[in-house]
Design a protein around this ligand. Structure first.
Ligand code: GUN
Length: 299
């Protein structure tokens, strides 16, 4: 029988640990973790994500702040806001929701966040620490860190002898995911749009991670029987069967056909998605604990 990996359940247990850590920090040091989320423009999907992050931060007992800036915000104004959040001692985590409107350059904005407040794990200092094999002193990118928690549910901490394939090479996910799998002793291959015969590579993978943003690209014939399949894609597609003009969310994996072949698989929604928010909360309480000189929780 295939194991369906319940991301909501695993995320809920991470959130329980975050709440306990936040409470312990407040009792010991009188410090409440502070998370500032910055959103520019009117993209409805981004607003939905940011709203969920803010609600979860409040539920965790954090000081949760949202800065909503108009679409026409200048690069300078956005950088000024980040600088003021860097200087604010009540803020321990800063997240600038991506993508930014086209006239803004996200890279200088992200790199201007203090690495110790970079709860997205996108600053070169944090990315570099993972690359150097230091998973302890920086902040890990939330979606790869959450995906690794799900991989650990199935395989434990040590992936020695297992072949992993990551499809996708973004800074936000593919690269850090490959490095985290490598740090756990997996034998890692990274495939991308210029790779020849991804299906053949996939059939050799004990752990198959898909993060390409193409609805249901991974087919049953790509999956090694018994493999663990982690689906990072969130694609909105038309769903005429639900009524005219309706849509639904699907992953990068053709779930219905791949699930019977896989040993374990994450659904979309309800797999990796809830883990991203949970790990953002985890990073925020880690950042706040470090700043206060308190015991740092691990997740
Ligand atoms: N947009 C989609 N995913 C993410 C994420 O993990 N962090 C940020 N900042 N923006 C995103």
């Amino acid at each position: 029988m295939t194991t369906v990996i319940d991301g909501k359940k695993v995320a809920a247990s991470v959130i329980d640990k975050v709440k306990a850590a936040a409470q312990g920090l407040e009792e010991a040091k009188g410090v409440k973790p502070g998370l500032a989320v910055v959103i520019v423009g009117n993209d409805p999907a981004s607003h939905a994500y940011v709203g969920a992050k803010g609600r979860m931060a409040k539920e965790c007992g954090f000081n949760s702040v949202q800065h909503t800036l108009p679409e026409e915000t200048s690069q300078e104004d956005l950088m000024r806001l980040v600088a003021s959040l860097n200087d604010d001692p009540s803020i321990h985590g800063i997240l600038v929701q991506l993508p930014l409107p086209k006239h803004l350059d996200s890279e200088p904005v992200i790199q201007s966040i203090l690495p110790e407040k970079d709860v997205d794990g996108l600053h070169v200092v944090n990315a570099g620490k993972i690359a150097a094999g230091d998973l302890e002193t920086g902040l890990l990118s939330c979606t790869p860190a959450g995906s690794m928690v799900l991989v650990r549910e199935i395989h434990g901490k040590d992936l020695s002898g297992l072949n992993a394939l990551v499809i996708g090479r973004s800074n936000l996910f593919g690269k850090p995911m490959a490095l985290l799998l490598l740090a756990a002793n997996a034998t890692v291959t990274v495939a991308h749009s210029k790779t020849k015969d991804i299906a053949a590579l996939a059939r050799n993978a004990d752990i198959l991670v898909a993060a390409v943003g193409r609805a249901e690209m991974v087919k049953a014939g790509w999956v090694k029987p018994g493999a663990t399949v982690i689906d990072v894609g969130i694609n909105r597609v038309p769903a005429p069967e639900k009524g005219e003009g309706k849509s639904k969310l699907v992953g990068d994996v053709a779930y219905a056909e791949c699930a019977p072949v896989a040993g374990a698989i994450t659904p979309v929604p309800g797999g990796v998605g809830p883990m991203t928010i949970a790990m953002l909360m985890a990073n925020t309480v880690i950042a706040a604990s470090r700043k206060a000189g308190h015991t740092v929780p691990s997740f």
